[in-house]
Write a protein that binds this ligand. Structure first.
Ligand code: DX5
Ligand code: ZN
Length: 219
């Protein structure tokens, strides 16, 4: 697998100054910027839309890892692509034709990810894994930051890691939810190579970001 990447979720940033926050996590050494997009329908919260992604784009050159928790999702793919997303991740439950959605993301010139909710089985990937660039295993139910890591998802990470290695393609395995200094090493040991971290990145304010990010990396 790849060197471990840290992707702070700006869901835990100060929304009154998101541009500054993005510059601060960039300067603190993060690898990607994780953007949680929620619609109040697919998940019980509303967050960020394409206009905000576009406004943040000039603040960093690091990849925007855009996690779409919206349904139906297809009609918004182009907006997020144009706004500056680099990776666009969707949930299988967010539309009737996952394979078509993936092809659309790729036709927009972006990397395509598929995210599995805690109750969604790894076998959902069987006929799409070869077409995607990233798998995102949700280790909490999507909707909010600051929830506790769901232990059963370690088994799913292991299963997806096996499938990726068997396929032998360049696919990232990302974990999202409840990642902190205790769960990070366990997720990595299970096979994750990208860690999303909201609470664990932003706690303590900007002076702590570099320390917080570094603490999540494998020792
Ligand atoms: C949850 C989001 C996560 C969340 C992670 O719906 O997809 O990215 O913000 O937050 P923490 O790291 O606080 O669990
Ligand atoms: Zn997320």
């Amino acid at each position: 697998s790849h060197p471990v990447r840290i992707a702070p979720s700006i869901l835990s940033a100060d929304f009154s100054k998101l541009g500054e926050e993005v510059r601060a996590i960039d300067a603190a050494g993060c690898d990607w910027i994780h953007v949680d997009v929620m619609d109040g329908h697919f998940v019980p919260n509303i967050t960020i839309g394409p206009a905000v992604v576009k406004a943040l784009r000039p603040h960093t050159t690091k990849p925007f890892d855009v996690h779409l928790m919206i349904s139906p999702v297809d009609q918004f793919l182009e907006d997020f692509a144009n706004a500056g997303a680099d990776i666009i991740t969707v949930h299988p439950e967010a539309g009737p034709h996952l394979h078509r959605t993936i092809q659309r993301i790729k036709a927009l010139g972006k990397l395509a990810g598929v995210s599995l909710n805690p109750a969604t089985p790894a076998k959902m990937l069987d006929y799409v894994l070869e077409d995607i660039d990233l798998v995102l295993v949700m280790s909490v139910n999507p909707g909010f930051g600051g929830q506790s890591f769901i232990e059963s998802q370690l088994r799913k990470i292991e299963a997806v890691r096996n499938s990726i290695d068997k396929l032998g393609k360049d696919i990232r395995l990302e974990v999202d939810g409840g990642i902190d200094i205790n769960t990070a090493p366990r997720a990595i040991a299970a096979g994750a190579d990208v860690l999303v971290a909201g609470t664990a990145t932003f706690r303590g304010g900007p002076a702590q970001y570099a320390t917080n990010i570094e603490a999540l990396r494998p020792k």
